[in-house]
Design a protein around this ligand. Structure first.
Ligand code: PMP
Length: 428
C-alpha cells in the first residue's frame, strides 16, 4: 500500500466501503465524517451526482481516444474550463493523471521553455525544505521531505537546490492565518542566485501553503517577495497547487487568494473532485508560444506526454466538477466557513499534548508532542481514536491535518474538533 505501514495496517485495517456527501461508510456500515476530503481532494463531497452523471454519459459516448496525434473535443473543453479559473495569462493547459505527473510535467516545461528561449544553460531547479511535490524523481528531487528522498538519494536529479522552509515554532506558534514573521526568508533565494548565477536557474517551485509537511502557512509577504526576485532574474516561478487549487483557501487558486501570479501552476486532486484521476499544468501563454515557435513546422515541439493525458472520463469529470464548484459557490462558501474553522481549531491550542495549531482557509495542522522514544505513536493514536469515534483525520508523524470538504456544515466542523478534543483528553 502507498505511504502505509503495511504490517501495522494488516493488524488494524481501516477500510471504507461507500461514501456520500460528508461521510464514508465502513464495511460494517458505520458512518465516518470525512475531515480530510479523502486525501485533500474530494472538495465538493462524495458521490456528487452531476459529476457521476457526466462521467457515465462520457463513458457511453467515447471511452478513450489517444491524445498523441489525435484528440477529442472534451479534452479541449476541459482545458478551457481549467484555464477560465486560472489567473489571467495562464491559459495554456497540459493534462496529466496525478499531482506527481503534473509536477514532473511542469519542471520539464520550465526546462523546455528556457531552451527554446536560447538559454539552455538554465537547468537548475530550486525547491524548498519540507516541500512535497509528489513522488516522481523530479518531484522528490525538488521536494524537501528527507524520508521520501533518502532511500533514492543516489539517483535524484542533479542541479537542484532548496530554500529553507518557513516554519519557526518559537515565532509562529498558534498563528491564526498567515504568520507575521518570516517574509525575509524569501531573500534566501537571492543568496542561492549569488552562489549559482541566475543564468543557471530555470525555476523555483513551492507549494503556496505546504500541505503534506503539516500545513505550513507562508508568512505574510513571503510569496510576493519570491515573485519579485524570480521575475527580476528571469527565473520561472511554479506554484504547486495540487492541494490549494479549486477552493481550499476560499478562492479558485492560492495565486488568486494571495494575489501573486506565478508562471506555472500544477493542479490535481480537486480538479476532478477525485472521481477520476486527473492532473494538469497551467502555463503562461508566452511560455507555451515560445516552446512552440522554437520548433520547425511539423515537428513535435514538446516530447512529453501520457497515454491518458486528457482522458475522456477525466475531461468529463473536470468540466462537471468545476461547474459544480461554481454553481454551489463553493469557493466563497469555503472562505466564509474558514472563519468558523479557525475559531474551532484554535480551541485545541490548550488541549493535552498539543504543541502548535496552524490554519489557513480550510486547512489546519496540529502538532502533538511526540511520545518518549515513539515518534509518530501519538499521531497514530489520535487517528485511530477519531476513527473509532466516527471522524476521519489525517496524520503524518505526530502532526494531525484537517481539510474538510468545502460543503461542510459548521456543526460538522464542530464535530471534528470536539472529537479530536475528546481523543486528546483521553490520551496517554
Ligand atoms: N504536489 C502536492 C502539493 C501534493 O500535495 C501532492 C499530493 N499530496 C502531490 C503533488 C502529488 O500528487 P499525487 O499523489 O496525485 O501524485
Amino acid at each position: 500500500m502507498p505511504f502505509t505501514a503495511n504490517r501495522a495496517f494488516k493488524k488494524a485495517p481501516v477500510l471504507f466501503a461507500s461514501a456520500e456527501g460528508m461521510h464514508y461508510k465502513t464495511p460494517e456500515g458505520r458512518s465516518v465524517l470525512d475531515g480530510t476530503s479523502g486525501l485533500w481532494c474530494v472538495n465538493a463531497g462524495h458521490a456528487r451526482q452531476p459529476i457521476l452523471a457526466a462521467v457515465r454519459q462520457q463513458l457511453a459516448e467515447l471511452d478513450y481516444a489517444p491524445g498523441f496525434q489525435t484528440g477529442h473535443p472534451q479534452a479541449f473543453a476541459a482545458a478551457r474550463a481549467v484555464a477560465a479559473r486560472m489567473p489571467a495569462g495562464l491559459d495554456r493547459i497540459f493534462f496529466a493523471n496525478s499531482g506527481s505527473e503534473a509536477v514532473d510535467s511542469a519542471l520539464k516545461i520550465a526546462l523546455a521553455y528556457h531552451r527554446a528561449d536560447g538559454q539552455a544553460q538554465r537547468t537548475r531547479l530550486i525547491g524548498r525544505e519540507r516541500g512535497y511535490h509528489g513522488v516522481g524523481f523530479g518531484g522528490i528531487s525538488v521536494g524537501g521531505l528527507g524520508a521520501n528522498r533518502q532511500a533514492f538519494s543516489g539517483n535524484l536529479l542533479p542541479s537542484v537546490d532548496h530554500l529553507p522552509h518557513t516554519y519557526d515554532a518559537e515565532r509562529q506558534r498558534h498563528s491564526r492565518g498567515q504568520p507575521a514573521w518570516g517574509a525575509h526568508l524569501a531573500d534566501e533565494l537571492e543568496r542561492r542566485i549569488a552562489l549559482h548565477g541566475a543564468h543557471t536557474i530555470a525555476a523555483v517551485i513551492v507549494e503556496p501553503v505546504a500541505g503534506s509537511a503539516g500545513v505550513l502557512v507562508p508568512p505574510a509577504g513571503y510569496l510576493a517577495r519570491l515573485r519579485e526576485i524570480t521575475r527580476r532574474h528571469g527565473i520561472l516561478l511554479i506554484f504547486d497547487e495540487v492541494i490549494t487549487g479549486f477552493g481550499r483557501l476560499g478562492a479558485p487558486t492560492a495565486s488568486a487568494y494571495f494575489d501573486v501570479t506565478p508562471d506555472l501552476i500544477t493542479l490535481a486532486k480537486g480538479i476532478s473532485n477525485a472521481v477520476v484521476p486527473a492532473g494538469a499544468v497551467a502555463v503562461r501563454r508566452e511560455i507555451h508560444d515560445t516552446i512552440l515557435d522554437a520548433a520547425p513546422d511539423g515537428a513535435i515541439e514538446f516530447a512529453h506526454g501520457y497515454t491518458y493525458s486528457g482522458h475522456p472520463l477525466a475531461a468529463a469529470a473536470i468540466q462537471a466538477t468545476l461547474a459544480l464548484y461554481d454553481e454551489e459557490e463553493l469557493y466563497a462558501r469555503a472562505g466564509m466557513l474558514a472563519t468558523d474553522f479557525e475559531l474551532a481549531v484554535h480551541r485545541l491550542d490548550d488541549a493535552p499534548h498539543v504543541q502548535d495549531v496552524r490554519n489557513l482557509g480550510l486547512m489546519a495542522g496540529i502538532d502533538l508532542a511526540p511520545r518518549d522514544g515513539e515518534p509518530g505513536a501519538r499521531g497514530r493514536a489520535v487517528f485511530q481514536g477519531c476513527f473509532e469515534r466516527g471522524v476521519l483525520v489525517r496524520y503524518t508523524g505526530d502532526t494531525i491535518a484537517l481539510s474538510p470538504p468545502l460543503i461542510a456544515e459548521p456543526g460538522q466542523i464542530e464535530e471534528i474538533v470536539r472529537t479530536l478534543r475528546s481523543v486528546l483528553d483521553g490520551l496517554a
